[in-house]
Design a protein around this ligand. Structure first.
Ligand SMILES: Nc1ncnc2c1ncn2[C@@H]1O[C@H](COP(=O)(O)OP(=O)(O)OP(=O)(O)O)[C@@H](O)[C@H]1O
Ligand code: SF4
Ligand SMILES: [Mg+2]
Length: 425
């Protein structure tokens, strides 16, 4: 791993639970409960885990949007939690966030120019006031949107385009680290691919490091150099993409991977799916010892009393960090998407294995599509209509018509009109 830009050590966040007439504290939700990891310069670290395992809380702690109960974050050599006032503001410039929902994370009453330019109001020294319009237009261009749309409102963009606006805002201050909290989860799969590809392009151009939070293992595999798996506020496995997807030693990760859908019918019969029993325990009262022991098929007495540490354990090709007393490699059947392939291609892919499912394939296809895609508006929808709206379709003709209603940036706005759009393949 490259030299770390961010090191989190024993991060803990417990939220008090208030109860009774006097609203006294009757317990704590242990949202993040002792998480340690490092992020290399220029690296993408994926964070995965079921809903409620503490991913977003961890992201907010890294940004210091919340104060931790205990633990530390060292960012670029500086202890983040010991900084105050102007010092902290300066540090914050270097670590920015992109939120999940492009529909609610943008203020509908502000123009795109105001939204993207907002960070310049907080950090006026970054761009002088009279240079802001040009800076915002440059950012729009960088994320594949038309700089002339600076005065439009969020509702005049498609979901994928709005997420590009969120990314433009995230990179406005030229941060070193971008925390992306489920940045593509609200988008359909082909648009996910385009946004993920944009993020990879920006990473190369700007030397960004990413924390990429998601619950979709396929997307995370595609973009990440390393992956951390969380369960009930703990990191249970941490390793390179290959270590996690090919040589996982942790039963929880194995169960998660085995739940990735297999679109290839020839593989379904052979599927070694691990079905977990029991509900996810409450983070207010997590199980003793290994938190996964109430659902783990390998659990033994030791698991109930002794917490397994996240330390290097053998994986058949060296070792990587896994929090399990009985860590061992288990081959979880690999998933390959053969939808949209010719029978010959499908057979080759099935034999080869190694892909991670639907999204990976679509992502690769969309990569080609995006490289062909002319990302600039052709001027056909310059009246500001969302091209998905019925009136826009009337104005520009049917979305199936060649070249009709072409959008800027994302194929999601108009569907199949975009050259090489994966929908049409
Ligand atoms: N401000 C808060 N006050 C009390 N509890 C909270 C607060 N924020 C989060 N929690 C709790 O902390 C736990 C972790 O929440 P978090 O949002 O970090 O999970 P997550 O992994 O991001 O889930 P999802 O995948 O659904 O976004 C949950 O049980 C949640 O209810
Ligand atoms: S420590 Fe025990 S309960 Fe926990 S994952 Fe390993 S085998 Fe399962
Ligand atoms: Mg979340």
């Amino acid at each position: 791993m490259a030299e770390p830009i961010l090191v989190a050590k024993d991060l803990v966040k417990h939220y008090p639970i208030k109860g009774g007439v006097l609203r006294t504290t009757v317990g704590h939700v242990k949202a993040v409960d002792g998480v340690s990891f490092e992020l290399g310069r220029g690296e993408t670290l994926g964070i995965v885990g079921e809903s409620g395992c503490g991913k977003s809380t961890l992201g907010r702690l890294l940004m210091r949007l919340e104060e931790p109960t205990s633990g530390s974050v060292v960012f670029d050599g500086a202890d983040m939690y010991s900084h105050k006032g102007a010092e902290m503001r300066k540090l914050r410039r270097d670590i920015q966030i992109v939120f999940q929902d492009p529909y609610t994370s943008l203020n509908p009453r502000k123009t795109v120019g105001d939204i993207i330019g907002e960070p310049f109001d907080i950090h006026p020294d970054v761009v002088p006031r009279k240079g802001r319009r040009k800076a915002v237009q440059d950012l729009l261009d960088m994320v594949g949107l038309n700089p002339e749309h600076i005065n439009r409102y969020p509702h005049q963009f498609s979901g994928g385009q709005r997420q590009r606006i969120g990314i433009a805002r995230g990179i406005a201050l030229k941060p070193k680290v971008l925390v992306c909290d489920e940045p593509v989860s609200a988008l359909d799969v082909s648009v996910q691919a385009q946004v993920v590809n944009l993020m990879e392009k920006l990473q190369n151009e700007l030397g960004l490091s990413y924390i990429f939070i998601a619950h979709d293992l396929s997307v995370v595999r595609h973009i990440s150099d390393r992956v951390g798996v969380m369960y009930l506020g703990k990191m249970v496995e941490l390793g390179t993409e290959d270590e996690i997807y090919e040589r996982t030693t942790n039963p929880y990760t194995q169960a998660l991977l085995s739940a990735v859908p297999v679109p290839d019918p020839t593989l379904r019969g052979q599927r070694n799916q691990i079905v977990l029993t029991g509900d996810v325990p409450s983070p207010a009262n997590p199980p003793t010892g290994c938190r996964f022991h109430t659902r783990c098929w390998k659990a033994q007495e030791k698991c109930k009393v002794e917490e397994p540490l996240l330390v290097d354990r053998p994986d058949g090709a060296g070792g990587h960090r896994s929090a399990c007393h009985f860590a061992e490699v288990r081959q979880v059947i690999e998933t390959v998407d053969v939808s949209g392939q010719s029978p010959e291609e499908a057979a080759t892919m099935s034999a080869r294995g190694g892909a991670v499912g639907a999204t990976a394939t679509v992502l690769d296809k969309a990569k080609e599509a995006v490289s062909d895609l002319k990302d600039k508006v052709t001027g056909q929808n310059d009246d500001g209509l969302d091209p998905r709206a019925p009136q826009a379709q009337q104005a520009y003709g049917s979305p199936q018509a060649p070249g009709a209603g072409r959008s800027h940036g994302d194929g999601d706005a108009t569907g199949p009109d975009v050259p090489g759009d994966p929908h049409t393949r």
